[in-house]
Design a protein around this ligand. Structure first.
Ligand code: Q9C
Ligand code: ZN
Length: 340
């Protein structure tokens, strides 16, 4: 299969994140995409192509245009207020507070985010928009008849909601791709295998019957993003039945993960999908520095085989994964397992 990649992702590079009370070098770093590119190339998976520069008008199909405008304008406003340091939110409109967009950049950063894991740097908006183009170029390949494609997006997207960034995510690459596929006539299911619940993707499609969202992730009682991802979230209104969460507890290995993946795949088959968008996070790996599942490198071959067993058109969209040394091999293993 083809991989879509652009070096633009390097323009987004947060210096630090606050973890466990310590300013720690940011886990979501440019090297992640570079090592995946290296290993996908070494595995001989197929050509690596640049994204088509179609712009991000399609992002407004799932995101609030005011949020997209905020992302575009945030850096110059931060630079004027604070100088050339990472733009980070620190105050949020939590329970008891008013939901009114402030004028100042610090207020806006809180209004349009749900955590502090989403720094904006000078080139972030270029990287964010290029990641959307990488995802949409994957859509074009599928629409043109390819069985599968790998959109090597960075920054990731699945935590981003219609109007909030968070969890290293800004625009929801997978949700935008899924929406464009739907509008092209596809019946789309999303399979989110990132360690963290894809709260943004779930929220975007929660009331809709036409896109199925399935996710296997750390249980929200234990794991980020903490406030969504329970098994009793089945969809709302017309979307009732089109959402499946399979939370697993800390320490889960393939013996628990494999059956959960089977359950997600059976739901996707029952939904009658013809296309699956895979939010491909590799932070389920046993050595991931911020995660607590225990998958091993060969397990990713099985993951790819099981996804191939769906027999559907498949768009892989890169999400999380922070054990950088093994990240490339683990990603290539999913794709190799899929190709069979
Ligand atoms: N105690 C993705 O994988 N912070 N995002 C975790 C660790 C947020 C992960 C703090 C993790 C976000 C795309
Ligand atoms: Zn993750």
């Amino acid at each position: 299969m083809k991989t879509i990649y652009t070096a633009d992702h390097n323009l987004h590079h947060a210096a630090y994140e606050l973890i466990g009370g310590q300013m720690t070098p940011a886990f979501e770093c440019p090297r992640r995409a570079e090592i995946v590119l290296e290993q996908v190339t070494a595995a001989g998976l197929g050509p690596v192509i640049e994204p088509t520069r179609m712009g991000i008008a399609a992002a407004a199909k799932v995101h609030d245009p005011r949020f997209i405008a905020f992302l575009e304008q945030a850096w110059p406003a931060w630079l004027a207020e604070h100088g050339d340091s990472d733009a980070l939110p620190m105050t949020w409109p939590a329970r008891s507070l008013r939901q009114i967009e402030p004028d100042s950049i610090d207020g806006k950063l809180g209004f349009y985010s749900f955590d502090a894991g989403c720094a904006l740097t000078r080139g972030s908006f270029t990287a964010i928009t290029s990641a959307v183009e990488v995802a949409l170029t994957g859509v074009d390949l599928i629409a043109a008849g390819e069985r599968a494609a790998f959109s090597l997006c960075r920054p990731p997207g699945h935590h981003a909601t219609a109007d909030q960034m968070g969890g290293y995510c800004y625009l929801n690459n997978a949700a935008i791709a899924a929406q464009v596929l739907v509008e092209a006539g596809a019946r789309v299911a999303i399979l989110d295998v990132d360690y963290h619940h894809g709260n943004g993707t779930q929220a975007i499609f929660y009331g809709r019957p036409d896109v199925l969202f399935t996710s296997i992730h750390g249980h929200p009682r234990q794991e980020y993003p903490y406030f969504l991802g329970y098994a009793d979230e089945h969809g709302a209104g017309q979307g009732e039945g089109a959402n499946l969460n399979l939370p697993l507890v800390w320490g889960s290995a393939w013996d628990a993960y494999g059956p959960a993946l089977d359950a997600a795949c059976e739901k996707i088959t029952a939904f009658g999908a013809d296309t699956v968008v895979v939010s491909l996070g590799l932070d389920t790996f046993e050595e991931d520095p911020i995660s607590k599942f225990k998958l091993k490198s060969p397990d990713y071959l099985r993951m790819g085989e099981r996804i191939a067993g769906l027999g559907l058109k498949t768009l892989f969209i890169f999400e999380g994964g922070y054990a950088v040394e093994a990240l490339g091999v683990n990603t290539a293993n999913v794709l190799t397992g899929f190709e069979g």
